[in-house]
Design a protein around this ligand. Structure first.
Ligand SMILES: *Cc1c(COP(=O)(O)O)cnc(C)c1O
Length: 348
């Protein structure tokens, strides 16, 4: 038995892609970021559904992820690798026709020596100080690199989830300056950048979280639901405690359901005593500490012992659960564990 059942709504996924695509002018291509195993949902299934919906460019973090997406999609779609051309990646990039986003002079040297005719892109640093060439390095390299025909020249916004952050316009100005006069396709925006407006869209956007139903794309349709089976129910007398450390004390007679699923499944410990689970639309509080494989939930108010409870679904989004745990939706999604049975609904 799996610890829980994760249901992925492929129609919601592709509807979110279409909704984000519709925010850009028709000349802008909307790609899809499917790194971290499709934000925890399964890169193969996610990429296939998006490709059927019309996505032609996919983005992953590392070459191994690119290999998994190429296997799922077959030849044709472009697969860009954010970490670029790392030592040891050459065969994989060349054999599977992956496009490394070259991040440094060192990576450029490696790529042009090892795979001189293979496609590549360039990643520029416009202020995030994480990946890409700095303005001074780019000034020295661009006259050599641009004539070789980069497939994409991109940068990434550090604060796009907050439209009022002055960093957004600063990075936009730096990107425009660094790419002036270049006729390669340009890309700056992920989900947050798409929502900042058309000045940020350039030729290609790279949404991730918005496809999967997370903020900052507030209008996103929810994509994920997660149902956990009840292993057993018990009565607890006033004054008795539940779980590790006796962290929850029953004030009155209570009925406690023990559910399969715990922090080893990405239901991180920090959500203990804050999150709720749902029986249909009736909330049931999580009580006591989250164990590695189990959760304990107060179901005293339910008429019948439940067979399962939902922790993600209409009553609680990925972002609601993230708030209960003091984190962000991205972390909740990408932590969703390998022990769940994953099933998809919808044709995508
Ligand atoms: C993760 C990532 C994206 C996608 O970002 P979202 O906020 O999930 O839309 C796009 N570009 C780069 C460089 C990334 O690292």
């Amino acid at each position: 038995m799996a610890t829980g059942t994760l249901t992925i709504d492929l129609d919601a996924l592709t509807a979110n892609w279409r909704a984000l695509d519709a925010l850009s002018a028709a000349t802008v291509e909307t790609g899809a970021t499917v790194k971290a195993d499709g934000y925890g949902l399964g890169a193969g299934r996610v990429a296939r559904a998006l490709a059927r919906a019309g996505v032609r460019s996919f983005f992953v973090a590392v070459a191994d992820e690119g290999a998994a997406v190429r296997e799922a999609l077959g030849p044709g779609p472009d697969i860009y690798v954010f970490s670029g051309h790392m030592a040891g990646d050459t065969d994989r990039l060349g054999d599977l026709d992956l496009i490394p986003m070259l991040n440094s002079i060192e990576q450029m040297t490696r790529h042009f020596e090892a795979l001189p005719d293979a496609p590549f892109g360039v990643q520029l640093d416009t202020g995030m100080n994480r990946l890409g060439l700095e303005p001074m390095e780019w000034a020295a390299a661009r006259n050599i690199v641009v004539p070789l025909g980069p497939r994409l020249v991109m940068s990434h916004l550090a604060c796009a989830d907050d439209p009022s952050d002055a960093m957004n316009l600063r990075q936009l100005a730096v990107f425009e300056e660094m790419t002036a006069g270049i006729d390669a396709p340009l890309s700056l925006a992920a989900t947050g950048g798409i929502l900042l407006g058309r000045d940020f869209h350039f030729d290609m956007t790279r949404p991730g979280i918005g496809l999967y139903g997370g903020v900052p794309f507030a209008e996103a349709a929810p994509v994920v639901s997660l149902s956990l089976p009840v292993v057993q129910c018990r009565d607890v007398a006033p004054g008795e405690t539940v779980g590790y450390g006796g962290a929850w004390v029953a004030e009155a007679h209570a009925r406690i359901a023990t559910l399969s699923g715990g922090y080893a499944d990405g239901l991180i410990r920090a959500m203990g005593n804050e999150a709720v689970l749902f029986s249909g639309d009736v909330p049931c509080p999580l009580v006591g500490r989250v164990s590695m494989d189990l959760l304990t939930v107060d179901v005293t108010h339910l008429a019948e012992a439940p067979r399962h409870l939902d922790i993600l679904g209409p009553g609680q989004t990925v972002d609601d659960l993230a708030e209960a745990a003091g984190t962000i939706g991205y972390e909740i999604l990408t932590a969703l564990g390998a022990r769940y049975a994953r099933r998809s609904i919808g044709a995508g």
